[in-house]
Design a protein. Structure first.
Length: 381
């Protein structure tokens, strides 16, 4: 228990630490933003006071300092108004200043950014200074977004690397287990083949021998399947109708009469690049899952449809159905709704269909209490 809890605890500590770091960065950036914003407010108040001094100055007054203060502002956009009319502007693009509509929109934008500064020139004469954020302040405003984007991208890369590594390790493990299973089955299977030959020589009932031979061939097929996991299978140009029907007939003869089987396919052959052992595994997994969903009683139909350059295999049942939010999850390794089960059947089927045969598999439709239809698509060859 301790070994399983430590990685989880470490993972949560890393997540919480990352969360705290992001909050500190955002808070720190917001503090800087407010400091710069207050500094710009002070600069504009000084600018407004300098303007007031210039407007009220007498010929003999020294006005060099107010002029210098006003000319030093080269980054903060300004609109000066009197009686609700624009009388002056600064640091605004000429194309905006020359267009009354654009200038009006820009004025509205400045109103939203900062409260205006009131300049009382003299009795009854009041001007309003509207100003916006400087380019530096605007850049600082978007800094957290850029930082969060970088953190997100870095996290995505790390997650993708971790997930790929984990999947590669799991694939090696499953491939190793599958090959070891095939190896372990091979020894007693060889012995069974020998005993079968003895039974034939002793003239044991032919029907019994035929049935045992079918099951031994079946074990050989299963061994062949497991031996192919983890390696690139050999694909042959085969009639998908014939290959599918063989697996269908095998299962039909071995399940209860309470399951009603139906097989519908075109009369003409449909050629597809297949590995026969793995394709039969796909068909059997889908049919067995359907029978489990019906609890061994109901209707199973397998329909093969020929559409342009695609061939579709539809496996339908009258079982309990799948909730729509689980349509994708049913193909995840370990996901199962059964009390007993590893949740590997459909994930393995998906791998056989999509990775080995370059096809597609999905839950076509499903209704709770009415049944499910699974769809497998292959390109015709």
């Amino acid at each position: 228990m301790q070994f399983s809890e430590k990685p989880n605890l470490t993972r949560w500590i890393i997540i919480m630490a990352s969360f705290v770091i992001v909050i500190l960065i955002l808070w720190n950036t917001y503090s800087f933003f407010q400091i710069f914003k207050n500094d710009e407010r002070v600069k504009m108040e000084v600018w407004a006071e300098s303007l007031k001094t210039l407007l009220n100055a007498q010929p003999e007054d020294e006005v060099e300092l107010p002029r210098q203060v006003m000319s030093n502002n080269k980054t903060i956009p300004i609109i000066l108004t009197e009686n609700n009319l624009i009388i002056n502007t600064a640091n605004i693009d000429d194309n905006v200043v020359k267009n009354k509509a654009k200038l009006g929109d820009f004025w509205e934008k400045l109103k939203k950014q900062n409260d205006p500064i009131v300049i009382r020139i003299g009795p009854g004469q009041v001007q309003y200074l509207y100003y916006g954020n400087s380019s530096l302040l605007n850049k600082l405003k978007y800094y957290p977004v850029a930082l969060l984007s970088i953190i997100f991208l870095f996290g995505a890369v790390v997650y993708n690397f971790y997930r790929s590594t984990k999947m590669a390790t799991q694939n090696k493990l499953w491939a190793g287990m599958a090959k070891e299973t095939a190896h372990q089955i091979g020894t007693p299977l060889s012995s069974l083949i020998g005993w079968l030959e003895i039974m034939k020589a002793d003239n044991v009932d032919e029907t019994t021998v035929a049935e045992i031979e079918k099951d031994i061939n079946r074990l050989q097929t299963i061994t062949d399947r497991f031996s192919k996991i983890g390696s690139e299978p050999v694909l042959k140009r085969l009639n998908i109708i014939e290959e599918t029907e063989q697996s269908f007939d095998y299962l039909k003869s071995r399940f209860s009469k309470q399951v009603e089987f139906s097989f519908v396919a075109p009369n003409k052959p449909i050629m597809v690049s297949l590995n026969p052992a793995l394709h039969s595994w796909t068909v059997e997994n889908l049919i067995k899952n359907a029978i489990d969903a019906m609890r061994g009683k109901g209707k199973i139909s397998v329909v093969i449809e020929n559409e342009n350059n695609m061939v579709k295999i539809l496996v339908s049942d009258t079982g309990k159905g799948i909730p729509k939010n689980q349509f994708r999850r049913v193909f995840e390794p370990g996901f199962t709704t059964k009390k007993r089960g590893w949740g590997l059947g459909l994930s393995l089927t998906k791998r056989i269909v999509e990775e080995y045969h370059k096809g597609k598999i999905k839950v076509l439709n499903s209704e709770i209490g009415k049944g499910t239809t699974m769809q497998v698509c292959y390109k015709k060859r």
